[in-house]
Design a protein around this ligand. Structure first.
Ligand code: ATP
Ligand code: MG
Length: 140
């Protein structure tokens, strides 16, 4: 398994509840290294561009409002098979379906306010990392 990088976002429901440290501990315990990280407050337009792939879904407007409602923490996680590993640590989109011990099982509030985002493939990981970080910010 190759060393990969993936884009992670700690979403507003989690930053509101002061859960950044607890969520980062889950990543680090799983062997994922946080090689870049910053706290930003997205505009609705910036959130909309990030989630453009979901533009036709009924929850798109609600999702963009939510992602712009409070600060988020965007981060790059690195490790062996980091893309799949991160999605394992996150758990299923709907917390009701998330495996015990996963971030969403422990912290998510609903299918929409589900505490974290993680890239789903190498191509989306590369595009999503480039959306938020310059090469100089990927410090290893
Ligand atoms: P993410 O892309 O945020 O990592 P995911 O890949 O598990 O999550 P997607 O299907 O890509 O899930 O959906 C993107 C996001 O849209 C979800 O994380 C959630 O915040 C929101 N979402 C998905 N389905 C619903 C729904 N049925 N109702 C409300 N919001 C939803
Ligand atoms: Mg997704």
């Amino acid at each position: 398994m190759a060393i990969e990088r993936t884009l992670s976002i700690i979403k507003p429901d989690a930053t509101n509840r002061n859960l950044t440290g607890k969520i980062n501990a889950k990543f680090e315990e799983a062997g994922l290294r946080i090689v870049a990280q910053k706290r930003i407050h997205l505009t609705k337009a910036q959130a909309g561009k990030f989630y453009e792939v979901h533009a036709e879904r009924p929850f798109y407007d609600e999702l963009c409002d939510f992602m712009a409602s409070a600060p988020v923490v965007v981060q790059v996680l690195e490790g062996e098979g980091a893309i799949a590993k991160n999605r394992e640590v996150m758990g299923a989109t709907n917390p009701a379906d998330a495996a015990p011990g996963t971030i969403r099982a422990e912290f998510a509030q609903s299918v929409g306010e589900n505490s974290v985002h993680g890239s789903d493939a190498p191509e989306t990981a590369a595009a999503e990392i480039a959306y938020f970080f310059s090469g100089l910010e990927l410090v290893g």
